[in-house]
Design a protein around this ligand. Structure first.
Ligand SMILES: [Zn+2]
Length: 252
């Protein structure tokens, strides 16, 4: 597994993290693939040639442009997110590209528990709101016990210096492991979000990833944005077609 992760890191070297590029195949992924196949081939499904069954995927990719006017308010809205990330991530592994940890704490999304497995950043933002990019977007990748992936996206806008983000920059530029003690600075106080089903944004682009894109951005200084861009600029995937997906909206 370790070897595979390192290999995948090379594939997506422009991001500073590897987790989004090294997904586990989830049960949910298999389930969708199978049900889609049934839908497409119902009439002539040849069980002796299962290897040749068509895989249906590619219609639920990320990132997307979030058109705020078209987002649907969640009915029976119970989708609260509470983030209990570790205030002192001491096992952050950094080889110049990744901030990966084993004791990152957890996010509880609508009562379901996900462990924070890694986080990373894109410049400029991958998601757009009404066609507009933010200078940076953080991705907190959370994994449930069954392998389900939920990514919390946080936009960064220009403003005051962000202490947590500075720790990340120092960690990456100095190539030394130092604890990330202010991860909370990179998460907005208001946990209202847009939610949709999408994919990882780096190969192999696995679908059935739950996305929670926070509505409220956090601030970083102009100097911090510039520092990050010197390391990783234009590591954002283009927005993908929404197709027939629904974007839900949760307000706090
Ligand atoms: Zn990402």
């Amino acid at each position: 597994m370790r070897k595979k992760q390192l290999a995948l890191l090379l594939l997506c070297g422009v991001t500073i993290s590897i987790g989004a590029c090294s997904p586990k195949e989830t049960g949910a992924q298999k389930e969708t693939t199978e049900s889609s196949v049934v839908k497409h081939n119902e009439e002539h499904l040849d069980y002796d040639k299962q290897e040749g069954w068509e895989f249906a995927s590619g219609n639920m990719q990320s990132p997307i442009d979030i058109q705020s006017a078209k987002a649907e308010k969640m009915t029976a809205d119970t989708g609260t997110i509470s983030v209990n990330y570790s205030p002192d991530i001491t096992k952050a592994e950094n080889n110049g590209h990744s901030i990966q940890m084993t004791d990152g704490g957890e996010a509880v999304i609508n009562g379901r528990h996900f462990a924070l497995t890694q986080f990373h950043f894109h410049a400029e933002s991958e998601h757009t709101i009404d066609g507009k990019h933010y200078p940076l977007e953080a991705h907190f990748v959370n994994t449930a016990q069954d392998g389900r992936i939920a990514v919390i996206g946080v936009f960064f806008k220009e403003g005051t210096e962000n202490k947590g983000f500075q720790e990340v920059l120092d960690d990456v530029t100095n190539k030394v492991d130092q604890p990330i003690t202010d991860i909370g600075d990179m998460m907005p106080a208001n946990k209202g979000y847009y939610h949709y089903l999408g994919s990882l944004t780096t190969p192999p682009l696995n679908e059935n990833v739950e996305w929670y894109v926070m509505k409220e951005p956090v601030e970083v200084s102009k100097a911090q944005i510039e520092s990050f861009k010197q390391l990783y600029d234009h590591n954002n995937r283009k927005v993908q077609p929404l197709n027939d997906r629904v974007i839900l909206e949760h307000d706090e």
